[in-house]
Design a protein around this ligand. Structure first.
Ligand SMILES: [Zn+2]
Length: 217
């Protein structure tokens, strides 16, 4: 299956992508991993991306599209893939369509993870991370530590990462609405979109997504 996963920050997209890819035995291709791999391997595209990032500029679509196409060309993606974070705007979606058409293939579905906006803000802004180990993550409401502000695992101090502050989260949501949400309409015109309510337990959301894909198949 060839799937695109879309959803606002805080929808649990990375987690769902990992589970779905495993269930479907297809590679999980995330933009974050693409950038990391290209930069650490020193590919031409990786060097270009790094130069933009070091200058504090956005990486142009051509660079991101090039990395995605190189990844899709690899043999493990021949039988299917799950894209997470790409495409992130309509231009990238059009480029992906052109790539797929050139290879005589098409997407099987686009999963749109839906979470109420206030819930996204609550989820992210309530996160507290341990200063000793960023894998020790708590939440002021959903996953409270035994003592407020203290890590249960190691006793370290818990803090809110600057990126998790409410105004930063609202900014990221604005960017999502403006740039990424239009691809949902773009794919709706192709009849590809399945909306998945993303509230509830991780396993329940995965099940909803699997059921939607089964209907699609
Ligand atoms: Zn800790």
């Amino acid at each position: 299956m060839r799937i695109v996963l879309v959803g606002p920050p805080g929808a649990g997209k990375g987690t769902q992508a990992a589970y779905l890819a495993k269930n479907l035995s297809i590679p999980h291709i995330s933009t974050g991993d693409l950038f990391r791999a290209n930069i650490s391997q020193g590919t031409e595209l990786g060097k270009q991306a790094k130069a933009y990032m070091d200058a504090g500029d956005l990486v142009p679509d051509e660079v991101t599209i090039g990395m995605a196409e190189d990844r899709l060309d690899q043999s493990d993606a021949a039988g299917g893939f799950l894209l997470d974070g790409f495409p992130r705007n309509v231009g990238q979606a059009q480029a992906l369509d052109a790539y797929l058409a050139a290879h005589g293939i098409r997407l099987d579905g686009v999963l749109d993870l839906e979470v109420p906006e206030d819930e996204v803000v609550k989820r992210i802004a309530g996160r507290r991370v341990c200063r000793n180990d960023s894998a020790h993550v708590f939440h002021v409401e959903y996953n409270q530590p035994e003592a407020a502000g203290v890590c249960d695992v190691c006793g370290g101090e818990l803090y809110q990462r600057p990126d998790d502050a409410e105004d930063k989260v609202r900014n990221r949501l604005d960017v999502y609405h403006r740039e990424t949400e239009p691809i949902i309409d773009y794919y709706k015109q192709q009849g590809l979109v399945q909306t998945i309510p993303a509230l509830g337990k991780v396993a329940e959301v995965t099940q909803r997504a699997m059921d939607a894909l089964r209907r699609e198949a």
